[in-house]
Design a protein around this ligand. Structure first.
Ligand code: AMP
Length: 212
């Protein structure tokens, strides 16, 4: 099962990708996570991509493609995978076609821009265990402190308002055109990303069940 997940930043791709990956026993490949892992190594590559990521721009196609190819070749991808955050422009869509052919389905999580802005700017994560919160919709019991492990909550550098606005601009200019491309191939499964997370997951899983 080869799936691609598209949608603007903050539409809930990461959350739904985890659910789909677990349900269908396929690997969850997030190029954002791969790049953040690279950042934490303080390698030469990390220095190159840090500024771009912190300002909300796109890392160069070559770098991301290399990380992706390497990840796809791992054993846990034998049963399939869901790509979260790749492709993000037409060049990457073309590269992906060369690497894996067409995916079985492209899940498009659609969400309103203003809802997204509020969602992302209010997002906080635990600096220790990664548990996610929201300052309005999913507050920790104690302000700024993780319920699970008691560590400090932090805002992702690229969730700051001016950066989110830039990320959304990049998405609408650069990433959205790939949806049209996949739509012409009849591969799009569109889902409304605003609403109850569990209900969205259920609808998605039901729609994808036929692909097994
Ligand atoms: P994400 O976690 O998917 O929102 O990605 C976080 C950041 O990683 C993005 O804002 C980009 O700077 C970078 N990134 C992730 N995936 C890609 C990609 N496919 N191409 C270029 N840059 C990417």
């Amino acid at each position: 099962m080869k799936l691609v997940l598209v949608g603007c930043p903050g539409a809930g791709k990461g959350t739904q990708a985890k659910v789909i990956s677990k349900h269908f026993d396929i690997a969850h490949i997030s190029t954002g996570d791969l790049l953040r892992e690279e950042l934490s190594t303080e390698s030469e590559l990390a220095l190159k991509i840090k500024g771009i990521m912190n300002s909300g721009g796109l890392v160069s196609d070559d770098i991301v493609e290399e990380l992706l190819k390497n990840r796809i070749s791992k054993d846990d991808c034998k049963n399939g995978y869901i790509l979260d955050g790749y492709p993000r422009n037409i060049t990457q869509a073309e590269s992906l076609e060369k690497i894996i052919g067409d995916p079985d389905k492209v899940v498009f999580i659609n969400a309103d821009k203003d809802v997204i802005l509020e969602r992302m700017v209010g997002r906080r994560g635990c600096s220790n265990c990664g548990q996610m919160y929201h300052i309005k919709h999913n507050m920790p019991k104690e302000d700024g402190i993780c319920n699970v492990c008691g560590a400090k909550l932090v805002q992702r550098e690229d969730d700051r308002e001016e950066v989110v606005k830039n990320r959304l601009d990049v998405y609408f200019k650069t990433t959205e055109p790939i949806i049209k491309r996949y739509d012409q191939k009849g591969l799009i499964l569109e889902i409304n990303g605003v609403g109850n997370i569990d209900e969205i997951s259920k609808t998605l899983i039901d729609s994808l069940e036929g692909l097994r």
